[in-house]
Design a protein around this ligand. Structure first.
Ligand code: ZN
Length: 454
């Protein structure tokens, strides 16, 4: 475990770093030679180096030669699925769900989920991801992993209608127990899986609970165009209209993918734009040969928040948001046939402020400004793949790698210092994960948690 001073005691100062300022609108900016003063887990001040000394700081981090960026937000993932990384390749979406992933998931125990979540947290800390929106089974085990590793997460317990009333009650109980937990680093959303696995009655019930508890819902919807067409053929309305009619949009929704959002859906989303977000995870659309992409331009024009996600590692293979944000920029430019669209600044904004808004945390995280929680990532852009460094912002989007992340601070607590994880024993964790893999991958039993037929 860490020898780090707990977030609530004393001050921490990062000295002499450059700092990426991500404004709500307009160009991002690199401020040279700054000190970041942190007190009680919050950024107290950002000021030019040398303005005053580090004062009575309990901990000083030498930031010289490093660029401080706001911690990245992974706006949609299923963290324990790192255990199935690379175990479902070169298959259709149907094959991915029905032949691989849902049979494998029927093998998972709460102890597996704990190990998977810890491994995911370790990978995300190494990648400079300080907050993630998770959606999975055995959410208590994930929340404990978040509490233990020091990360920040919004956790939605996955719910299928096939689980029945007891499972639905369980998700509500988890929310009541964990929302605001781990010193405020854990928040909870309700997690109906999708309109094609959760019936309208359950969506209404969960929307009601969400409103009562002041929570949002995190749900897969209109994942691709075929789902929208199938919904129209089977019941005459789009998946987004289902969310509208069942109160999900009214309560507030983080929608995963939304690639099948059509023109008729946009006014419904715009009506609830202050509490609606869509997480775009392009690598999985490319891998599963799906088009179109999330309609990012139309959503932003409608005032809807767009954020960047990886989805689970069974599809995305990494939880690396640098990779995800780069693919957002590249695929958006190509899809729009507009090289001036999805600029470096806009891309960085989606992965920071956009992610914060998507989780309803825009007043707490997403920017390195006084008053914000201290989620700070120090990156080293001195590698050959970044040099000469004409524009650090462009390097972040198009050249940087997860391995360029040197030091990670969440809520004022140092989780990785100069490449060393302080809250996770990586070697022991990987050994424990490896020992579980053969059993998890065995699908000879013929069981599955669901059948995919949207
Ligand atoms: Zn997903």
């Amino acid at each position: 475990m860490s020898e780090t001073v707990p977030a609530t005691s004393g001050r921490l100062v990062v000295t002499g770093c450059d700092l990426l300022r991500v404004p709500a609108q307009g160009e991002c900016e690199v401020l040279r030679a700054q000190d970041i003063v942190v007190a009680d887990g919050r950024i107290q001040d950002v000021r030019p180096t040398g303005a005053t000394g580090p004062g009575n700081a309990a901990e000083v981090i030498d930031g010289r030669g490093l660029l401080a960026v706001p911690g990245l937000v992974n706006a949609h993932t299923h963290s324990p699925m790192v255990l199935m990384r690379g175990a479902a390749e070169d298959v259709s979406v149907e094959g991915w769900f029905n032949d691989r992933v849902w049979p494998m998931e029927s093998n998972l125990t709460p102890a597996d989920v704990r190990v998977g979540a810890l491994l995911a947290c370790a990978e995300m800390i190494r990648s400079g991801v300080t907050t993630f929106a998770d959606h999975y089974f055995f959410p208590e085990r994930i929340a404990e992993a978040v509490a233990e590793t020091g990360l920040r997460a919004d956790i939605a317990p996955t719910y299928f209608s096939s689980g029945g009333p007891e499972a639905l009650e369980g998700t509500v109980k988890f929310a009541e127990a964990w929302h605001g937990g781990a010193e405020g680093r854990v928040t909870v959303s309700l997690g109906p899986h999708a309109p094609y696995t959760v019936d309208d009655g359950d969506l209404r019930t969960l929307s009601g609970h969400a409103r009562r508890l002041g929570l949002r819902l995190h749900i897969h919807a209109a994942e691709h165009l075929e789902q929208t067409e199938s919904s129209l053929a089977r019941r005459g309305i789009t998946p987004i209209r289902v969310l509208h009619e069942t109160g999900v949009l009214d309560a507030g929704a983080l929608i995963a993918h939304g690639c099948g959002i059509v023109a008729d859906d946009l006014p419904l989303l715009a009506e609830h734009a202050d509490r609606t977000a869509v997480a775009c995870c392009p690598k999985v659309y490319l891998k599963h040969a799906l088009s179109p992409l999330t309609p990012v331009r139309e959503l932003l024009d409608a005032g809807v928040t767009v954020a960047v996600g990886t989805d689970g590692a069974a599809g995305h293979n990494t939880l690396d948001v640098w990779e995800a944000l780069r693919l957002v920029a590249l695929t958006q430019k190509q899809a729009e046939r507009d090289a001036t669209w999805m600029t470096v600044s806009d891309t960085l904004r989606l992965a920071t402020r956009g992610g914060a808004r998507a989780l309803g945390l825009e007043n707490r995280i997403g920017a390195l400004e006084p008053g914000m929680r201290a989620d700070i990532v120090l990156t080293d852009l001195s590698g050959l793949h970044c040099r000469p460094l004409h524009d650090p912002r462009a390097a972040l989007v198009y050249s940087a790698r997860a391995s360029d992340v040197r030091t990670v601070i969440v809520d004022g607590r140092v989780l990785m210092r100069d490449g060393e994880l302080l809250t996770v024993d990586e070697h022991a964790l990987v050994t424990e994960a490896d020992a579980r893999v053969a059993r998890i991958l065995d699908t000879s039993h013929g069981r599955a948690v669901q059948h995919y037929d949207p």
